[in-house]
Write a protein that binds this ligand. Structure first.
Ligand SMILES: [Fe+2]
Ligand SMILES: [Fe+2]
Length: 301
């Protein structure tokens, strides 16, 4: 599929997450474990951080490509609603991400969680983040194949996001969460599809881009959201969703999918990330997968 067809298809399908008919009033009737709430809080924070990712990407040479910026505009808009939806789900479940930090009810005014989002962004925009942003911008002008690397990076991160949501769906006993995440996964699949098609075509056509992408993933890739929240939170999510035997199979399946991108075979990104989280945790996955009602749950952050 050529770039114009791929982008046209994406933009025609782009829309705000449809929350019609979500049974918000029934969320608290069903179990949600503290571990699930902690994972969802991480995901809410990362979805809400998309505007910062967008700012970083717009500092690269991607800003000169009107097709890429059209995609990025729709992508950031859709991710905004994912963050909002997760915040409202957690709010209705009675979760609190920290002392005195209430989350919105389903019908509260938009946007919500503005104080929390501001704190997360402030915590993730220190000197290290600034250096990283400048290095990314500089690399984008030096590396001829940067757009291909960007598309591959997006594909890998969207793949991990949608797989993480699917793992949550598989493990939860809360039917409202199953419904909500199913809707979000449909968006993430569209994001993944766009990035994947672009990455495949661009990497296949450019040996320099393939070398740059392989080097970038091997040296610099980390689980999406690393550095936005404390590493312990990233590790918790990785180990809750991918720490058991099934999770290892899911990580390997994602690695096999990445293997299909030209020049990126054999990197084992997800299995390595999982092993790193296990090593830092010093053992098996923390947290139970289900069973604790979250009516009085406080989530440590
Ligand atoms: Fe999302
Ligand atoms: Fe996405």
């Amino acid at each position: 599929m050529d770039e114009r067809t791929n982008l046209d298809r994406h933009l025609r399908g782009s829309r705000r997450l449809d929350l019609t008919g979500v049974a918000w009033e029934r969320i608290a009737d069903h179990p949600l474990s503290g571990a699930e709430a902690r994972c969802l809080t991480y995901m809410m924070d990362i979805e809400s951080h998309t505007m910062v990712f967008l700012r970083d990407l717009l500092a690269t040479r991607a800003v000169h490509d009107a097709r890429l910026t059209a995609f990025l505009a729709s992508w950031a808009y859709e991710e905004l609603w994912h963050g909002e939806a997760l915040g409202r789900f957690l709010g209705e479940a009675g979760a609190r991400p920290g002392p005195g930090q209430d989350l919105p009810r389903w019908d509260d005014p938009y946007p919500s969680c503005v104080g929390r989002i501001g704190r997360v962004r402030a915590g993730a925009t220190g000197a290290r983040a600034t250096l990283g942003r400048r290095a990314l911008a500089a690399a984008s002008w030096c590396i001829g194949g940067f757009p291909a690397v960007h598309m591959a990076w997006g594909a890998v991160n969207e793949l991990s996001t949608l797989t993480a949501y699917e793992r949550l769906v598989r493990g939860t006993a809360n039917p409202v969460l199953v419904d909500l995440l199913g809707r979000i996964v449909r968006d993430e699949r569209r994001h993944y599809s766009f990035y994947r098609v672009e990455a495949e075509r661009r990497l296949a056509a450019d040996a320099r881009a393939r070398r740059a992408a392989r080097l970038a993933f091997d040296r610099a890739w980390a689980i999406v959201g690393t550095g936005v929240r404390p590493l312990a939170e990233t590790d918790f999510v990785v180990l809750h969703l991918f720490g058991d035997g099934d999770g290892l199979l899911a990580a390997r399946e994602m690695d096999r999918t990445v293997d299909g991108l030209p020049g990126l075979d054999g990197l084992r990104l997800f299995e390595r990330a999982r092993a790193g989280a296990l090593r830092r945790a010093g053992g098996p996955a923390p947290g139970a997968r289900r069973g604790v009602r979250v009516g009085s749950c406080s989530i440590g952050s």
